[in-house]
Design a binder for this molecule. Structure first.
Ligand SMILES: Nc1ncnc2c1ncn2[C@@H]1O[C@H](COP(=O)(O)OP(=O)(O)OP(=O)(O)O)[C@@H](O)[C@H]1O
Length: 352
């Protein structure tokens, strides 16, 4: 996920800030980002409550253990935390809380596994929160509050929801083989399939053929077969979505139908989560936020705006939805979750 302003990164000349630091991690299929922020409760007031002042930011590769294996995922997460701490002139002993929001965390056993990796690295009083990366995306739009729904559509897609009493539900996000047709990969895979079907005479001709061949530097649909086998990585395929959008905007019905299918899939995923959690209340109109994240939803195309079409479909059934497009990146959302938990615990201690 790209293009967030992320606020100013303060150059912290001194040692660890008084009051310690918290870490927020967003671990995705493409990259992992860790931000280090001051744990002090005054830090939000300083920034006018829009975000947290970021002391440092570090990036690394994929940390989804389903994709790269457990050893590599652990090494990546550890490396990115060490780098963020070092850039903030801080150390493990200054850490007060961490939120690791990592793709691939789908079950309590995944949370236990990752907790086992890091429990010994930090003092025992450090609060370590392990969540799916959708949690970071949600929190990036709500100042760390976990209530409402988040829809992510980048290379992959997932809808995730949270009730105020802590229940969670998700829909889609099972990967391209298990039908995430609303994702960037899903859209592009359908477009490539449409080219092959048209070439065979099994489906109508489409301008997608000319447009995609041009972008890939190929001359015949037969060559598309070799192109996909050469490197079937999800992000490489998903990168073709802008060609599908441009073809639809030029009036191609096949491309247009693929985008409509994506809108249906994405809005159906959100609606399923809303229904299962009862987020819309008994009258169906209770207000709740819907955070929208990812390249497929964020793009501001000439005519075809997938994000806006998804919002329209959801509002038609659930008028209480307030769409939010976050101004900070998901790693900052993860830091807000850790910051909130830590400061809530500190306030609790002060009261008791
Ligand atoms: N103008 C556009 N309109 C629609 N989609 C676009 C546009 N530009 C880029 N995209 C798509 O956005 C997707 C990438 O989004 P993003 O960068 O959020 O994904 P990612 O972070 O790599 O994936 P994930 O969130 O699944 O880890 C790709 O499918 C890309 O083709």
């Amino acid at each position: 996920m790209k293009g967030y302003p992320n606020g100013e990164i303060s150059v912290f000349e001194e040692e660890t800030p008084p009051g310690g630091v918290v870490l927020g991690l967003d671990g995705g299929a493409t990259s992992t980002v860790c931000v280090c922020v001051s744990a002090a409760s005054a830090s939000i007031a300083i920034t006018g409550a829009k975000s947290l002042p970021i002391l440092s930011r570090a990036t690394a590769g994929c940390s989804n253990f389903n994709s790269v294996g457990e050893a590599s995922a652990k090494e990546t997460l550890e490396k990115v935390m060490v780098e963020a701490l070092s850039k903030a002139h801080s150390s493990h002993s200054a850490v007060r809380a961490i939120c690791l929001a990592v793709s691939g965390v789908n079950h309590p056993s995944d949370q236990h596994k990752i907790l086992d990796w890091f429990r010994e690295l930090f003092p025992s009083h450090v609060k370590i929160i392990i969540e799916n990366d959708a949690v970071a995306a949600m929190a990036s739009g709500t100042m760390g509050r976990l209530h409402g729904c988040v829809l992510i559509a980048g290379t992959g897609s997932i809808a995730y929801g949270f009730t105020e009493d802590g229940r969670q539900a998700r829909a889609a996000g099972a990967g391209p083989i298990l039908g995430d047709w609303g994702s960037g990969y899903g859209i592009a895979a359908q477009a490539l399939t449409a080219i092959i079907r048209a070439h065979d005479g099994r489906a109508p001709q489409t301008v997608l053929t000319k447009n995609i061949l041009k972008v890939l530097g190929l001359t015949s649909p037969d060559e598309v077969i070799g192109w996909t086998y050469a490197d079937p990585s999800w992000a490489r395929i998903a990168a073709l979505v802008p060609v599908v959008v441009a073809s639809a905007e030029d009036g191609d019905e096949v491309a247009d139908e693929i985008l409509h299918c994506s809108v249906r899939e994405l809005s159906d995923s959100v609606k399923a989560v809303i229904r299962r959690l009862g987020l819309c209340g008994e009258n169906g109109k209770s207000p709740f936020p819907l955070v929208m994240v990812g390249g497929v939803l964020e793009a501001n195309n000439k005519k075809w705006n997938i994000g806006n079409e998804v919002i329209k479909q959801i509002l038609a059934d659930y008028p209480g939805v307030s769409p939010i497009r976050p101004e900070v990146e998901p790693a900052v959302g993860a830091a807000l979750v850790a910051w909130n938990q830590y400061n809530r615990a500190v306030r609790g201690d002060q009261i008791s």
